[in-house]
Design a protein around this ligand. Structure first.
Ligand code: MN
Length: 129
């Protein structure tokens, strides 16, 4: 058994980087344990992940705000507070805030995450607000 208290300070934040575009604040709820990691991620308007996939899938619970999520080859979907998203294993996708809203989600990530290219402005702009 493992009991984890939430971090009070973000584990990562700031603009840009190898995995995110824009200003994103990441709060680790549970470090990678037995193949699962739990994090709360707050995306500022315009911020989003790079394209990536999760070895054994990922569940996203949208806690606040409004965002977009898109799998490769599909159109982007709007997600709101209260939504739950299951991303199947190894499906390439990105998620983030819309251009005019914050979005905070809890991410339960299973297995290793493979990171790819950033989401271009033109791909990001195809979301419907
Ligand atoms: Mn993901």
């Amino acid at each position: 058994m493992k009991i984890v208290s939430p971090n009070e300070e973000p584990a990562g934040s700031g603009r840009g980087g190898a995995t995110f575009t824009g200003d994103v604040f990441t709060y680790v709820t549970m470090e990678y344990t037995d193949g699962a990691a739990v994090t709360n991620v707050c995306f500022t308007p315009g911020a989003r992940t790079h394209w990536h996939s999760h070895e054994n899938g990922q569940m996203l619970l949208v806690l606040a705000g409004r965002g977009w999520i898109q799998s490769q080859g599909e159109t982007a979907h709007v997600i709101h507070a209260g939504d739950t998203v299951w991303v199947p294993p190894n499906e390439s996708h990105w998620h983030g805030a819309t251009k005019i809203s914050y979005m905070t989600h809890k991410a339960i990530s299973l297995g290793n995450t493979k990171w790819g290219d950033e989401v271009s402005e033109s791909d990001y702009g195809k979301g419907v607000d």
